[in-house]
Write a protein that binds this ligand. Structure first.
Ligand SMILES: *[C@@H]1O[C@H](CO)[C@@H](O)[C@H](O)[C@H]1NC(C)=O
Ligand SMILES: *[C@@H]1O[C@H](CO)[C@@H](O)[C@H](O)[C@H]1NC(C)=O
Ligand SMILES: *[C@@H]1O[C@H](CO)[C@@H](O)[C@H](O)[C@H]1NC(C)=O
Ligand SMILES: *[C@@H]1O[C@H](CO)[C@@H](O)[C@H](O)[C@H]1NC(C)=O
Ligand SMILES: *[C@@H]1O[C@H](CO)[C@@H](O)[C@H](O)[C@H]1NC(C)=O
Ligand SMILES: *[C@@H]1O[C@H](CO)[C@@H](O)[C@H](O)[C@H]1NC(C)=O
Length: 798
């Protein structure tokens, strides 16, 4: 018996080897055959290799039949999944199979023989049906006449691929979490009003996108077209019958994209960058705390840059389940309707709970509002905002952030001591990694003599194969060029997030810090070639006055921001007093360098750079609720890749604002660079995201005029604040002369740029720039609005 078991093991091993080394890919599954779990040949691959379908482990001894992206190659389970047949009912990790039956029915059969999932296409008259995975990622079951009997595109899970139609019958439902693929709480669907909505459906149900207080036309939608169909095309254009349309940030390029309802309730388009990494190229909600249900009843959603989104219990409440925030918090006191107790109101400023009001009382004083809530025994508190009173019967969809107007006053039993007002820093979810262990047991099989002979035979073949494989491997290993191996390693590093480097490695990679390519805030940047041949930029931070943990916390925050217009961080080094960051290398250097020799930067490129860097900044500001401010936006910090796509660099670590920092705006040091600094710095006003908007405005003016406010190319005389003022009012005056656009534009545009310019676009750039550099920060637009303004006229040009 032991011998048989070890022969099993060896068989599995050799089959695995033969699978991974001789890459036997399978393109078609024919009628009457099946894909078995743990079998070498168990993966269907699309013709171009971009997609694979097969068994995918989601826990020990639990598998789902899955389609995933397989280009560039990835190792299961670290592959990006697209679709699952049985996300809510995983099968055993052994003896399960996907069978295309003789009657044409496709069935997923668990180890015990139960049919867990099927396409219901069985019919006695079927012949030569086959299953294929198309290059679009669609798994298609066809009959002999090439008619489609079933396709995975008709039953999406959480992801929509380009050319796949989203209809009223095919909603997208998020996964439960990043590691739990079963159906979660968030749904993208067409409702009876013909509009595309995002819905939270847990213990309660509520629509949160488009914003529920807007009607369809306010949200830019139309409810007249009842065809209820939406689609993303190959170029990044999304069109829905409710008139929702958008272009992804990288519109135009034909690359892999996917539209996914993430477990956090946001709808995002991801685009695959070089190396296989997925970048956000569009998202529905810019504020992660406005997604409903993310924090359960009696808790509030809050955002902290280094911890991400978290939930906190309202004062007087405690966690229902520390391991699952969606369960919310329970009161530490009895219902006010059951017992007469003395009560008090405890105020939590900048907080809100959406919905479940017992009426709306406009123009009430705080005392009147308290009275209403006291008189209702089931009132749990009220929101008080701009003299309006909203008594609450349920505390759901809570939100706690500096930008929220109004306060919640909680009704609580009177205590001798004061209630704890929760702090954001206190919130940390207790993480547990529970794994699925299927209770079902295997069907014990008695191996017959025939099976034994077969096994012996297979063993013999496997042995021969193993020798061949070994020889081939040795041959490959000896002759493999450095670069080939490096590419694979590099890809893994890209997938698994960042890597920790030793100081010695980086010293070697930078050839003892010999090639300086730039200086940013707090450090010098060197070009480096890693041992796997990747070219990178290594930033060596000047002073290590930061503890290792603090440094790592900040690094992980920055490292978690992936956007196509933000520079990507690959790794770090924290060793002794050394602190280094490893970034992707940008072939075309900084915008500053390019502006000083402007031949390569024609007008269309400049416009693209303006849009790209605005997008990067908007992502920083909004995804992070204004807490990641750049504070040093300037042409030196906008880098250009090989296609001149703009990537914002140097963000986050110059300062990740702490909550206290935001409140009393006590920046210990003034940050930023002469020529680009907003007046707030000089007058010691509170620092908000509008300082970045200001600096961005100056950069725009610099791109249009070719003149630098800090006098790098063509000096404008005067002291700092005056200098900027002179620069901006020079443009403002030219524009305000009342002469036709082409006349004043002629006078201000960078004369060194050859080629035609589009007057309308320059006009937009200047108009946006001047709005951004308003002295009054409230008059400046947000970065999101900047992006919209820049793109407002794109459509007309096409
Ligand atoms: C759809 O949107 C376009 C502009 O985006 C607008 O001109 C048009 O009137 C809208 N259609 C409806 C039916 O609202
Ligand atoms: C409804 O939407 C579909 C898909 O976007 C479009 O093809 C169709 O023309 C629209 N119908 C009307 C009446 O606008
Ligand atoms: C808070 O109030 C201000 C002033 O009325 C308004 O501009 C802002 O949009 C409000 N914020 C939210 C989140 O509603
Ligand atoms: C509050 O204090 C009073 C006396 O100061 C005491 O009698 C009462 O028990 C205290 N209540 C609680 C809940 O501690
Ligand atoms: C995944 O989530 C479902 C509920 O949606 C739960 O029943 C299941 O136990 C979870 N699996 C794991 C591994 O946590
Ligand atoms: C998958 O990624 C994790 C970390 O992200 C890593 O620890 C693990 O080894 C990877 N698994 C494979 C098979 O590559």
């Amino acid at each position: 018996m032991n011998a048989i078991r070890s022969s099993h093991l060896f068989l599995a091993l050799s089959l695995f080897l033969s699978f991974s080394f001789t890459s036997s890919t399978r393109l078609t599954l024919h009628q009457g055959s099946s894909l078995s779990i743990g079998n070498a040949d168990n993966v269907l691959t699309s013709n171009d290799g971009a997609f694979s379908a097969g068994f995918f482990p989601i826990g020990p001894n639990a598998d789902c039949f899955t389609i995933w992206f397989s280009k560039p190659s990835c190792s299961i389970p670290n592959c990006t999944t697209v679709w699952m047949a049985n996300r809510d009912e995983p099968v055993n990790g052994r003896f399960s199979k996907l069978s295309l039956r003789e009657n044409g029915d496709l069935e997923l059969i668990d180890a015990g023989g139960t049919v867990v999932w099927s396409t219901d296409t069985g019919s006695s008259s079927r012949s030569s049906t086959n299953l294929q995975l198309l290059n679009t990622g669609n798994l298609v079951l066809r009959d002999d006449k090439h008619a489609t009997l079933w396709q995975s595109f008709d039953s999406p899970t959480d992801t929509l691929l380009p050319e796949q139609k989203l209809t009223s019958n095919t909603p997208l439902v998020s996964s439960r979490s990043k590691s739990n693929f079963s159906s979660g709480y968030y749904k993208l669907y067409f409702d009876n009003d013909n509009l595309l909505h995002l819905l939270f459906s847990g213990q309660t149900t509520s629509v949160y996108w488009p914003n529920p207080w807007l009607n369809s036309w306010q949200a830019g939608r139309s409810s007249y077209n009842d065809s209820r169909v939406a689609m993303l095309d190959h170029y990044g254009n999304f069109i829905s019958s409710d008139n929702l349309t958008f272009l992804t940030a990288d519109y135009g390029a034909k690359i892999q994209r996917r539209l996914t309802v993430d477990p956090d309730g946001n709808l995002r388009v991801y685009s695959q960058a070089d190396g296989g990494k997925w970048m956000v190229s569009w998202q529905a909600k810019s504020d992660p705390c406005t997604v409903h249900g993310i924090c359960g009843p009696n808790s509030l959603c809050t955002y902290h840059p280094s911890e991400g989104r978290s939930c906190i219990c309202a004062p007087g409440y405690e966690w229902e389940n520390l391991y699952d925030w969606t369960k919310g918090c329970k009161p530490k006191f009895n219902s006010f309707c059951d017992s007469k107790v003395e009560t008090e109101f405890v105020e939590l400023p900048h907080s809100d709970f959406y919905g479940y009001d017992k009426g709306f009382f406009p123009g009430y004083t705080l005392e009147m509002c308290k009275k209403i809530c006291l008189d209702l025994c089931d009132c749990l508190g009220f929101q008080y905002k701009f003299s309006n009173c909203y008594p609450k019967l349920l505390l759901l969809n809570g939100h706690y952030a500096p930008r929220v107007n109004g306060s919640i006053h909680f009704k609580l039993p009177k205590l001798n001591v004061s209630y704890d007002i929760p702090k954001i820093e206190h919130a940390t979810l207790q993480c547990t990694a529970k794994e699925i262990m299927l209770p079902r047991t295997y069907l014990k099989r008695q191996e017959s003599a025939a099976v034994k002979i077969l096994l012996t035979f297979a063993w013999a073949i496997a042995g021969v194969e193993a020798i061949v494989v070994l020889m081939v491997w040795c041959f490959l290993y000896r002759t493999r060029p450095e670069k080939g191996g490096a590419h694979i390693d590099g890809y893994h590093a890209g997938l698994t997030g960042f890597q920790r480097f030793t100081y010695d490695e980086l010293k070697k990679a930078t050839r003892n810090f010999s090639e300086e390519i730039g200086r940013g805030s707090g450090g010098v940047v060197y070009k480096a070639v890693l041992s796997d041949c990747r070219v990178t930029a290594v930033k060596r931070l000047n002073e290590a006055n930061q503890g290792e943990n603090e440094f790592l916390a900040e690094v992980s925050t920055i490292g978690n921001l992936h956007h196509m217009n933000l520079i990507d961080m690959w790794g770090y080094c924290a060793e002794g007093k050394h602190r280094l960051l490893i970034y992707e290398f940008m072939e075309h250097g900084s915008l500053a360098e390019n502006l000083s020799s402007p031949t390569e930067l024609d007008w269309p490129r400049r416009f693209e750079i303006a849009v790209g860097s605005a997008r990067g900044l908007a992502y920083l500001h909004e995804e992070c609720l204004e807490w990641v401010l750049h504070c040093d936006v300037k042409p030196q910090n906008i880098l250009l890749d090989s296609t001149y796509q703009a990537k914002v660099a140097d963000f986050g670590f110059s300062k990740i604002l702490k909550r206290e920092g935001l409140k009393n705006s006590s920046f210990s040091k003034i940050r930023g660079t002469r020529g680009y600094m907003a007046p707030e710095w000089i007058y010691n006003f509170p620092i908000t995201s509008k300082v970045d908007v200001y600096s961005y405005g100056i950069v725009l003016l610099e791109m249009v005029t070719g003149r630098s406010p800090s006098g790098e190319h063509e000096k404008i005389e005067g002291s700092d604040a005056q200098e900027i003022k002179k620069f901006t009012s020079w443009v403002r005056e030219k524009k305000g002369l009342g002469v036709p656009a082409h006349t004043w534009i002629e006078e201000i545009v960078d004369p060194r740029v050859r080629g035609e310019y589009d007057i309308k676009k320059i006009e937009i750039l200047v108009a946006v720039a001047l709005k951004c550099v308003e002295e009054d920060r409230d008059a400046r637009p947000t970065m999101r609005q900047v992006v919209e303004m820049l793109l407002c006229c794109e459509d007309e040009d096409v």
